[in-house]
Ligand binder design. Structure first.
Ligand code: GDP
Length: 433
């Protein structure tokens, strides 16, 4: 399947400062002078014979110097090969009112038909429909680079007559993915963890309003600390260039006014090329991206392009003077996919994890408070090596705890499943017992 993931290999791998792979599969490594020039010939020879992996690598005709090279600067190449073999995954959420062109845009972005089985509901059915989450996964591959793409859709969002708290299923879903990841990470088989955390949420804003609606503000605010929110102006072909400019300014002002935290593009390095700096500036200035979706192939100036055919002309999806579709696609796939994943892991997931650990500690302290007779005796805990070990040992035997109502005289049996929950559940509800 042909998709726009050929530049996946150009993503920065890990946080290694001198590791980059260029789109054609080649590798650009900023490295110090080769160690070979500094090592005696004998040591170089022995390193080479002992390194069978290095010997088995196919020689590259265009890099004779590399063939003789022995040193840690080959690490990036090893990492690159390993990452490409393992494949990449990315989870994208799309949210916004029904009919704003979410499915059309996703299909345009990844040149695939992810919504083949979608059943369109009529107005009556949509009023009754509750907000639910649907997931579509597709494995795509280009130039040997594999990507497992998951699209999370939120049908029914904002369709009801009363939309109070309609974002709760969405925030719950994101939390569940964090919780699953936290459990997997704390479990035994950490090698094959499936990362289903949501890395980015494209939020569709209606082109017909005068800026953000209250539901847009509430939704983005509810999600801002859990996921990277990227706002989009949907169906930009319905607006003239000056209307788009005005709406963008309005949305940016409201984002500032309501203190909404959207995804912040990282600043590019000061020693970066002028071209990259300009690209980066253009990207930041284009927010919210005004997008057009369309999967019809039309002929323009002798070229076949994707667009929307109207009686008065053709709107080209990928034409930068028609909309920001190209910028969004480049940002998502070419330039910022890795940063979106990094931000999810280092910022949003880290916050969730810290909160869980805090709750667990609180639950632990609360437990100690509930069982003062058992736990204030240091010797009891010391005998069990640690408070956690002490608690887990308690699961194996019936325990009596002090009832809140009955005071010190009344004691009831502590069920072992309750204790098990206490020890194994990393979620916030722990503190509510
Ligand atoms: P969803 O319910 O948000 O997934 O919306 P769909 O992708 O199903 O699109 C709803 C309708 O809007 C369809 O008739 C699309 O052809 C149309 N549509 C999608 N994208 C655009 C766009 O960028 N501009 C215009 N004018 N119409 C669009």
């Amino acid at each position: 399947m042909s998709v726009y993931c050929s530049d996946l290999a150009s993503l920065r791998l890990g946080s290694h400062p001198f590791l980059f792979c260029c789109g054609d599969g080649g590798l650009v490594v900023l490295r110090p002078a080769p160690l070979t020039s500094r090592l005696p010939a004998s040591s170089t020879a022995s390193s080479m014979t002992s390194n069978s992996r290095y010997r088995s690598r196919a020689p590259r005709a265009d890099d004779a110097e590399d063939r003789e090279y022995v040193g840690f600067a080959t690490l990036p190449r090893q990492l690159h090969r390993k990452s490409v073999k393992k494949g990449f995954d990315f989870t994208l959420m799309v949210a916004g009112e029904f009919g704003l062109g979410k499915s059309t845009l996703v299909n345009s972005l990844f040149l695939t038909d992810l919504y083949k089985e979608r059943k369109l509901l009529n107005a009556e059915e949509r009023i009754k429909q509750t907000v639910e989450i649907t997931k579509h996964t597709v494995d795509i591959e280009e130039k040997g680079v594999k990507l497992k793409l998951t699209i999370v859709d939120v049908p029914g969002f904002g369709d009801a007559i009363n939309n109070t708290e309609c974002w709760t299923p969405v925030t719950d879903y994101i939390n569940q993915q964090f919780e699953q990841y936290f459990r997997d990470e704390s479990g035994l088989n950490r090698k094959n963890i499936q990362d289903n955390r949501v890395h980015c949420c494209l939020y569709f804003i209606s082109p017909f309003g005068q800026g953000l609606r209250p539901i847009d503000v509430e939704f983005m605010k509810a999600l801002q600390d859990k996921v990277n929110v990227v706002p989009l102006i949907a169906k930009a072909d319905c607006l003239t260039p000056s209307e788009i400019k005005k709406l963008k300014e309005q949305v940016r002002e409201e984002i500032d006014k309501y203190g909404i935290k959207i995804y912040q593009f990282p600043d590019c390095d000061s020693d970066e090329d002028e071209e990259i700096k300009n690209q980066d500036k253009g990207l930041k200035e284009s927010l919210p991206f005004a997008v057009i979706g369309g999967n019809t192939v039309v002929e323009v100036r002798g070229q076949r392009v994707r667009g929307r055919l109207y009686p008065w002309g053709i709107v080209e999806v990928e034409n930068p003077s028609h909309c920001d579709f190209g910028k969004l696609r480049n940002m998502l796939i070419r330039t910022h996919m890795h940063d979106l994943k990094d931000t999810t892991n280092d910022c949003h997931y880290e916050n969730y994890r810290a909160q869980c650990i805090q709750n667990m500690t609180r639950a632990h302290l609360h437990f100690l408070h509930l069982f003062p007779a058992l736990t204030t005796d240091h010797n009891v805990i010391c005998k069990h090596h640690s408070p956690w070990r002490f608690l887990s040992d308690l699961i194996c035997q019936p325990v009596h705890h002090q009832s809140k109502r009955g005071g010190a005289q009344s004691r009831s049996l502590m069920p072992s499943h309750f204790l098990f929950e206490l020890l194994s559940t990393p979620t916030a509800h722990l503190i509510t017992f």
